[in-house]
Design a protein around this ligand. Structure first.
Ligand SMILES: Cc1cc2nc3c(=O)[nH]c(=O)nc-3n(C[C@H](O)[C@H](O)[C@H](O)COP(=O)(O)O)c2cc1C
Length: 354
């Protein structure tokens, strides 16, 4: 995309309430894909294929979860050159999320605080959209490999935490036939007690259940879909070691590090810094990189790690790869910098791999 266009669009969008800007942009991407307007965000995809957990990714830059929670804009996102996109978090039933306002920009720190709380239209609508996109792709004969789709599942706010596994099992079964990989999100700070599922006993119980169900689904569908666990950055060393051990013990296929942080040290004193929720963007970068480094040490050389947190430049992406990530995702950097960041990072990672 011509960069001056996003510069102008961003100036406009940043005048609006953050959630309004988000919804308007997503609606435009959904509706204008395939029209002449789409030339403003269409970009060449840099081909740099990599296989992770048996899944082929056309390149190593992906969209992080939470931007396209209802799988509305898959085709438009693909046209920006992403190698993969993680859609969701989706919960079994539709739910409104937390009261507004719940999304705040911190431009001075290039951060975002959100407490959206998994607002989404539920599994049925989500799966229908992903299925329709898969059918459109299938109908395009002779086309190149499409971007990989990660489908990110969570639990409804109304489901008691003791019954969380029921919601993940529903999500797992529904998205299984449609996903290239499935992300298990137990790390959002915005659903009460969700992150308690990261504690050793709860995590072992949940992963045992999901791993067993995954085996059944692989037989049913005659297809193996890998599970990735998405974790928070706010974990001490003992907690992180316990998670690494659980991942290996239950044969989970990969990990996504990290979700947003509840820490505020990096933004103290700034407007909105004390809003409840998860902080993302530049203030998260170093923390998420350090988690990736520790995970790589604990998990060994071959375990798939997707890195996310404060990637705003090629340098930031390379930092995550050097820390041990095999691929990276962006969300906040994409909001601040625009789609041009996608091929820029893809190209740098391709160069670095040579
Ligand atoms: C507004 C917003 C909503 C998000 N929603 C989700 C979500 O639904 N599920 C999820 O796993 N992560 C969600 N995230 C976290 C991102 O996927 C990502 O892990 C995090 O923001 C760190 O990357 P970044 O610094 O590039 O934004 C959300 C982030 C933001 C800013």
């Amino acid at each position: 995309m011509p960069m001056p266009f996003y510069g102008a669009a961003r100036t406009l969008l940043f005048q609006l309430d953050a959630e309004l800007a988000h919804n308007a942009t997503l609606a435009m991407l959904e509706r204008a894909h395939g029209t002449p307007l789409a030339r403003f965000w269409q970009q060449e995809r840099i081909e740099d294929p990599v296989t992770l957990a048996g899944v082929s990714f056309p390149n190593r830059i992906g969209l992080a979860a939470g931007l396209d929670k209802d799988a509305r804009a898959i085709a438009a996102l693909e046209s920006m050159g992403f190698g993969f996109a993680e859609l969701g978090t989706v919960t079994p039933l539709a739910q409104p999320g937390n009261p507004r306002p719940r999304l705040f920009r911190l431009p001075a720190a290039q951060g975002i605080i959100n407490r959206m709380g998994f607002n989404n239209e539920g599994l049925e609508a989500f799966c229908a959209r992903v299925r329709a996109q898969r059918e459109r792709w299938q109908a395009q004969a002779g086309s190149a490999a499409h971007m990989a789709l990660g489908l990110n599942i969570g639990k409804n706010a109304a489901t008691p935490i003791e019954r969380a596994a029921d919601d993940y099992l529903k999500g797992l079964a529904a998205v299984y036939p449609l996903a290239d990989y499935i992300a298990i999100n137990i790390s959002s700070p915005n659903t009460k007690n969700l992150r308690d599922l990261q504690s050793e006993d709860a995590l072992n119980a949940l992963l045992a259940t999901l791993a067993a169900r995954k085996k059944e689904l692989a037989d049913e569908h005659a297809r193996r879909v890998p599970l990735f666990l998405k974790i928070a950055p706010d974990l001490d060393d003992a907690g992180l070691q316990a998670i690494a051990a659980a991942l290996l013990h239950h044969g989970i296929d990969g990990v996504i590090a990290t979700n947003t942080t509840i820490a505020r040290d990096a933004v103290k004193g700034l407007p909105h810094a004390e809003e409840t929720g998860g902080l993302s963007g530049r203030p998260l970068r170093a923390l998420s990189t350090s988690i990736i480094e520790k995970l790589r040490a604990a998990l060994g050389a071959d375990f798939p790690i997707i890195g996310a947190g404060g990637i705003f430049s090629t340098q930031d992406a390379l930092e995550k790869i050097q820390a041990g990530a095999n691929a990276v995702q962006i969300y906040t950097g994409f909001i601040y910098k625009g789609p041009a960041l996608v091929p820029e990072i893809a190209r740098a990672l391709k160069e670095q791999a040579k």
